[in-house]
Design a protein around this ligand. Structure first.
Ligand code: MG
Length: 286
């Protein structure tokens, strides 16, 4: 990993957008700081598209897609995405009849492969498996955000609980034997039968909704993250950044981010954003 000082103006200027993880990347232990939130506005003012990419539920993704200055939200580790339909579908007006907000003003819609009934049936089976894991590994708990999920079921291993790494490994091995995919973040163990991950989910969204060629997209968008479920995106995208706390997860990442911030979590995200924005300002016109 290299320090941000080695990022070049050409690399910063070549970007069309930034994709970023939420927990322990933009958020500090779940909390949004002024520095991190302000950084989103600075990136946007620098002409960059912004896409949140999180293991958090579709229900949370809908809320931030409605409220934050971002273009799309990928939730549940790539399985679904939330985008705004063009404002024209609502007559170009805001929700209360005023002018459309700068970010569009259209209805937020969920993009995902399965219909509601198929998702529910698939989740019911995963809930039973998760309940069994919690019975046998009582340090873990069903995460408190499961009611807002539509594809996966999530165990709390590091948010309000501290689950020994060897227990996490045992759970993953047992679930793998039952044909269940697992993904690990700094706070959660996700159980899913969806084949998506953050990289495939991001490239699919960029191709379907942003008109990007899937291969070029990997060079036109940067990715910022901190832990295990970001590893696929660190491997897939050309320009990748870790906040300083990524160092604690390097053992679980086959490919580390290319650049690393000096500061952790939201302050590290703001540091990365500041560096990108300054280089885009100062770079000579191509
Ligand atoms: Mg994270």
């Amino acid at each position: 990993m290299e320090p941000l000082s080695l990022l070049t103006p050409g690399a910063a200027r070549s970007l069309a957008g930034v994709i970023f993880d939420l927990d322990d990347t933009v958020l500090d232990h779940g909390a949004l700081t002024e520095a991190a939130y302000g950084a989103l506005f600075r990136l946007r003012e620098a002409g960059l598209a912004l896409i949140a990419c999180t293991g958090r539920p579709a229900g949370w993704g809908e809320v931030i897609q409605r409220q934050w200055p971002i273009d799309a939200t990928i939730a549940e580790n790539g399985a679904v995405a939330l985008v705004r339909e063009p404002a024209g579908l609502l007559g170009g007006a805001g929700l209360h009849g005023g002018p459309a907000p700068a970010d569009g003003g259209g209805r937020v819609v969920l993009l995902g492969g399965l219909d509601r009934e198929a998702r529910r049936a698939r989740r019911d089976e995963l809930v039973a498996l998760a309940d069994d894991m919690v019975r046998r590994f009582p340090a873990a708990a069903i995460a408190d955000d499961n009611d807002q999920r539509v594809t996966d079921v999530t165990l709390d291993i590091g948010e309000h609980r501290r689950v020994p790494p060897e227990d996490v490994q045992k759970m993953r091995a047992e679930l793998r034997d039952q044909g269940v995919r697992t993904l690990v973040s700094s706070v959660h163990l996700h159980l899913t039968r969806d084949p998506s991950d953050k990289a495939t989910g991001a490239v699919r969204l960029l191709s379907a909704r942003f008109g990007e060629d899937p291969t070029r997209a990997r060079h036109r968008y940067a990715f910022v993250g901190d832990s295990g479920n970001d590893g696929v995106a660190f491997a897939a995208f050309a320009l990748t950044f870790g906040v300083a706390n990524v160092r604690a997860h390097l053992g679980k990442l086959s490919v580390p981010p290319r650049f690393v911030a000096a500061l952790p979590m939201g302050r590290g995200f703001a540091e990365i954003a500041h560096r990108i924005v300054e280089l885009r300002k100062n770079a000579p016109a191509p």
